[in-house]
Write a protein that binds this ligand. Structure first.
Ligand code: TXA
Ligand code: MG
Length: 343
C-alpha cells in the first residue's frame, strides 16, 4: 500500500478526513503520542487497524471525540464524576472507560461492554475528527509491542506502507499515553497511569480513587523479589492492553533501581563491563525529579538507541510512587520486561 504523507494544512486534513470516511486508516498527532485512527463505528475499518499494527484483536481501542457533547454517541450514562472529569481535563490526556451503547461495535471495544473515550488536545486531531464527522478509534500508531511513537518519523518507520496516510505534525508534548480511568466501578480506578495523576483526579472529584491491582502488584513484586524479575503473566489486569509485551526496544534492557548515587555508579560499572565484552551500551538516566521531561523523552530515547544499534540499554529508575514519575516507571519496567537490578 502506498502511504500518503500529509501535513497539518487544512487541505491535507480534509484529505485525511475523506480517507477516514471511506473506511481507511490515518495516523495523526495528539498531545500524548501519535494515534492510528479509523471510524470507530466502522467495524471493518477498525479491524484493519488491528491488522496494520499486528495487534491481537481482543485489545480495545480508545475512541477520540472532538467535543464533549459527542460522548452521547458512545454512552448513555454520565454520572456526576464523569461530568466533573470532562470539565476539568478535556481536551487533554485523560481517557475514561464508560458503559457503551450497543451501537459501538464489539471490534472497537474488544468485545467489552465498556468503551474508552477522550478528547485529545491537538489542533490537527480535533480538525480531523470534526471533518471526518465521526468518533475516531485510535490506538498508538506503532507496531504492536514496540515503543509508542512521539514523533512523525517514528510513525513513518513503523507504518509506512501499512496505512493509507500519516499526518506529519509536531513532536508530542506529553510523550506518554493518556491516563486511563475506569468510571464504571464504584470507586474510579486508574487502569493506566499518565501525566494526569491520581492526585489530580482526586482533587477534581473530591474523593479517593484507586489503582488497578495490576499496577500496585507490579511494584509489590519488585519489593519482594528484585532479583527474579516479574513476568507479565503474573498479572490479571482489567485493562487488556496491559497483558501484552509492550514498548520493548530491540536491545536488551535493564532498569537499575535504588539510591541515586548507587544507581549512577552501578550503571557506569555495568556499562564498562559490557563494553569490554564488545557490546554497544546505551544509557537512559534522567535528571532527578525531572518527571515531565522524562515522560516527554522516554519513548523517543528508546527509539533513538535502537536506531543507533545498541545491544543493551541501562536505565536508571525514577523515584516516584504515584505521580508522573510513576507513570514513566510503568512504561520503563514494561520496556525492560521487568528486568530489574536493585542496588
Ligand atoms: O494517549 C493515548 O491514550 C493514545 C492516543 C493515540 O490517544 N492512545 C493509546 O491507545 O495509547 P492504546 O490502544 O495504545 O491504549 C489503549 C489502552 C489500552 O491499555 C487498552 O487496554 C485500554 O486503553 N482500554 C481501551 N478500552 C478499554 C476498555 N473498554 N476497558 C478497559 N481498558 C480499555
Ligand atoms: Mg499502545
Amino acid at each position: 500500500m502506498k502511504t500518503k504523507i500529509l501535513t497539518t494544512s487544512k487541505e491535507d486534513i480534509e484529505t485525511a478526513a475523506r480517507i477516514i470516511k471511506k473506511g481507511g486508516l490515518v495516523a495523526f498527532p495528539t498531545e500524548t503520542v501519535y494515534g492510528l485512527g479509523a471510524n470507530a463505528f466502522d467495524a471493518d475499518a477498525v479491524a484493519r487497524v488491528y491488522e496494520a499494527k499486528g495487534r491481537p484483536s481482543d485489545n480495545p481501542m480508545i475512541v477520540h471525540i472532538a467535543r464533549a457533547s459527542d460522548i452521547g454517541q458512545l454512552t448513555r450514562y454520565l454520572n456526576p464524576d464523569i461530568v466533573a472529569l470532562i470539565e476539568n481535563f478535556w481536551p487533554g490526556p485523560l481517557t475514561m472507560v464508560v458503559k457503551k451503547r450497543p451501537e459501538v461495535p464489539d471490534r472497537t471495544t474488544g468485545g467489552l461492554d465498556t468503551v474508552a473515550v477522550r478528547i485529545p488536545q491537538s489542533d490537527a486531531a480535533l480538525e480531523l475528527i470534526n471533518m471526518a464527522g465521526c468518533p475516531i478509534a485510535a490506538p498508538s500508531a506503532n507496531l504492536s509491542g514496540s515503543p509508542s511513537p512521539t514523533r512523525a518519523k517514528d510513525v513513518i518507520a513503523d507504518l509506512d506502507g501499512r496505512v493509507d496516510a500519516i499526518i506529519q505534525g509536531e513532536d508530542c508534548r506529553v510523550g506518554i499515553e493518556s491516563t486511563v480511568v475506569d468510571m464504571t466501578s464504584k470507586v474510579p480506578t486508574i487502569l493506566r497511569p499518565g501525566i494526569i495523576t491520581a492526585e489530580n483526579i482526586e482533587a477534581a472529584l473530591g474523593k479517593k480513587v484507586e489503582y488497578d491491582s495490576s499496577l500496585t502488584e507490579a511494584s509489590k513484586h519488585i519489593e519482594l523479589d528484585p532479583s527474579e524479575g516479574v513476568s507479565e503473566s503474573d498479572f490479571k489486569p482489567k485493562s487488556p492492553g496491559m497483558k501484552y509485551k509492550h514498548y520493548a526496544p530491540k536491545a536488551d534492557m535493564l532498569v537499575v533501581e535504588g539510591q541515586r548515587d548507587r544507581v549512577i555508579a552501578e550503571i557506569e560499572r555495568l556499562k564498562g563491563l559490557n563494553e569490554r565484552l564488545g557490546n554497544k551500551v546505551g544509557v537512559i538516566l534522567f535528571e532527578e525529579q525531572a518527571f515531565i521531561e522524562a515522560a516527554h523523552d522516554f519513548f523517543a530515547k528508546l527509539r533513538d538507541l535502537d536506531n543507533e544499534g545498541v545491544d543493551m540499554i541501562l536505565a536508571g529508575a525514577l523515584s516516584d510512587v504515584d505521580g508522573v514519575g510513576f507513570a514513566v516507571m510503568n512504561r520503563m519496567l514494561k520496556s525492560a520486561g521487568y528486568n530489574i537490578a536493585r542496588v
